[in-house]
Design a binder for this molecule. Structure first.
Ligand SMILES: NC(=O)c1ccc[n+]([C@@H]2O[C@H](COP(=O)([O-])OP(=O)(O)OC[C@H]3O[C@@H](n4cnc5c(N)ncnc54)[C@H](OP(=O)(O)O)[C@@H]3O)[C@@H](O)[C@H]2O)c1
Length: 250
């Protein structure tokens, strides 16, 4: 698929699904903008990986939980490229806690800022530019927005369900302006997500799938690329699950 002359902004692009998505868009000719917060060295590595197959992306170090940083993301993207064609809201975190262990309120506040509020704010600031280009948005949710496989993940699941519903509301609002909005809901994917949450269990220990396999981040990147492309011109407000059949046996 060709994304020549298309500007693609990806949050959470320093590792995992976001990093694989950045490389995939670069390979298809896009001008990519990559955003993450904690580890600039990881962003530099992704920039180098993109440069091997396409144009080197613009790096923006920003905390999506911070209002000023969200403004900076849009400002620097437009300053460099003058337009925006695709927004991939991918940055996300996992935190564990339950009602009875007393942690749920604190982790809910942390999760909602990154997994939902950041998307709401970035969508608001990016929308005028996407309307101009008749661009599109892909939001990375989760099968956890559809089912709950562990009570400790309850707050995370709640934020992903909220993200999916916000995506549908956005799709409805922006459709008359020619802007599509879709959701990708991965099942288990080998990334740093659990490590970054300080969880010691592995994806193998926590996931049972019908196909008895766990995805690589490139599989999710392929789905994001498809939804962002003209091949998906009739698709909006849809939720594409890629979970190795996990929901079949839940
Ligand atoms: N892996 C899975 O099994 C799975 C399944 C379903 C859904 N997902 C979703 O997929 C998305 C990507 O996750 P992943 O699995 O690729 O995990 P990951 O490797 O941990 O990547 C998460 C990315 O988000 C960034 N990020 C986190 N907090 C941020 C903040 N406050 N500001 C800016 N960037 C931030 C991280 O960068 P920094 O740490 O450098 O800030 C990193 O680039 C998430 O939304 C996740 O919920 C993953």
């Amino acid at each position: 698929m060709s994304f020549d002359n298309k500007v693609v902004l990806i949050t959470g692009a320093s590792s995992g699904i976001g990093a694989a998505t950045a490389v995939a868009f670069a390979r298809d000719g896009a001008e990519v903008v990559i955003v993450a917060n904690e580890t600039p060295t990881k962003l530099k590595k992704v920039q180098q990986d993109c440069a091997k197959v396409g144009k080197p992306p613009l790096i923006i170090k920003a905390d999506v939980a911070n209002d000023d940083d969200i403004q900076k993301i849009v400002k620097e993207t437009i300053a460099k490229h003058k337009k925006l064609d695709v927004l991939v809201n991918n940055a996300g975190i996992v935190r564990l806690g339950t009602i009875l262990d007393g942690k749920v309120t604190a982790i809910y506040d942390e999760l909602i800022k990154v997994n939902v509020r950041a998307v709401v704010q970035l969508t608001t600031l990016a929308a005028p530019y996407l309307v101009k280009t008749k661009g599109n948005i892909v939001n990375v949710s989760s099968v956890s927005g559809i089912t709950i496989n562990n009570p400790e993940m309850g707050a995370y699941c709640t934020t992903k369900a909220a993200l999916s519903h916000f995506s549908r509301a956005t799709a409805l609002e922006l459709a008359p302006h020619g802007v599509r909005v879709n959701i990708v809901s991965p099942g288990p994917v080998y990334t740093d997500l659990l490590n970054n949450a300080g969880v010691s269990t592995t994806f193998e220990e926590t996931s049972v799938t019908a196909l008895n396999r766990i995805s690589g981040p490139e599989e999710i990147a392929d789905l994001i690329i498809f939804l962002a492309s003209d091949k998906a011109k009739g698709i909006t407000g849809s939720n594409y699950v890629s979970d190795n059949g996990m929901l079949l046996i839940k």
